[in-house]
Write a protein that binds this ligand. Structure first.
Ligand code: TXA
Ligand code: MG
Length: 296
């Protein structure tokens, strides 16, 4: 398929592509490339960074990025490929961009059962981070025309392979807890494991993380210079100990945000300060994360 070759070339170049899975159309990027992942958030106009699902071709590839226990292996054996997402500890050195997991130490991983997504995984040889391919707060797309209507010009390529079959987003399971109901039902899961619906320590409501990664140290916003014992994360003309984007590039700043916060936490300074970041475009998501981090 010519479209898959074009899509794989875009992915390898750090771009984004809309592609169907068996559930909904996803907006995919190389999960190891933080700038590419930032382009997903920018295109969706998300006001905050939700961790994304990482799609891989098979269970062996999933084991290279996540740490499986016996429960997870049993679910994977029963339902992959298919509309089940497992939240698991991230494997050290797996190379998944921290923006894809919103800085968490877990990763949501799934093996999709769709020829187009599987073909793109093979052709790009990359784990693909992909949320649903709709603008933030819009309805999930089940046809290429939905993607075009919702995201239009902000997506360079929509691979059209007809309507999706499952139509709702994948079931998400963490341990023995169903975080999001989906096509793999509780009854189906219970034939394998005694799962229960619920929330995890990280989640207050489906899709809503109560605590994304937040630094341990106090954080001050809109800083133009470092105070005593502060680690200053710069932006644009405000230089510091670290830099989100010297040129004021918002996508670059988003791509660097979580790594910069991790570095600040690990530094020898007791406090963190961050330069002002404009509220426009993906800056809204950057500032949302920073305000939450500062409020702790
Ligand atoms: O069917 C699907 O799952 C579709 C297709 C494209 O694969 N994708 C999808 O992605 O629905 P998205 O971003 O719309 O939903 C991902 C959900 C969010 O609710 C997010 O909070 C949760 O997965 N999630 C991702 N990583 C997580 C983590 N480490 N811990 C807990 N929840 C996580
Ligand atoms: Mg969604």
């Amino acid at each position: 398929m010519a479209a898959i070759h074009e899509a794989a070339a875009l992915i390898r170049g750090g771009g984004i592509v809309a592609i169907p899975t068996e559930t909904v159309y996803g907006l995919a990027a190389d999960a190891r490339d933080s700038a590419a992942v930032a382009r997903i958030y920018a295109a969706k106009g998300r006001p905050s960074f939700n961790p994304l699902i990482v799609h891989v071709p098979d269970a062996a590839a999933a084991e290279r990025i996540a740490v499986f226990d016996d429960d997870a292996r049993a679910l994977a054996a029963a339902f992959w490929p298919g509309p089940l997402t497992l939240v698991l500890p991230i494997r050290a050195g797996a190379g998944i961009a921290s923006l894809a997991t919103a800085g968490l130490d877990t990763v949501a991983v799934r093996v999709p059962a769709h020829r187009a997504m599987q073909a793109l995984l093979a052709a790009s040889a990359a784990p693909l981070a992909a949320p649903s391919a709709n603008a933030s707060n819009a309805i999930s797309p089940t046809r290429a025309a939905h993607v075009a209507a919702s995201l239009g010009a902000s997506v360079p390529l929509i691979v059209d392979d007809g309507s999706t079959t499952a139509g709702v987003e994948s079931t998400i399971v963490a341990g023995r807890t169903i975080l999001r109901p989906g096509p793999v039902t509780a009854e189906m899961l219970r034939e394998i494991l005694p799962v229960a619906p619920g929330t995890s320590a990280h989640i207050s409501a489906p899709g809503q993380l109560a605590t994304h990664y937040a630094p341990r140290k106090p954080l001050r916003l809109d800083a133009v210079a470092a105070d005593d014992d502060e680690w200053l994360i710069g932006f644009g003309s405000v230089a510091g100990d670290d830099m989100l984007s010297a040129t004021g590039d918002m996508v670059e700043a988003a791509a660097r945000l979580f790594d910069a916060l991790h570095r600040a936490d690990a530094s020898d300074r007791s406090r963190i300060a961050v330069a002002p970041v404009p509220e426009q475009d993906i800056g809204a998501a950057i500032n949302d994360r920073l305000r939450r981090a500062a409020a702790r």
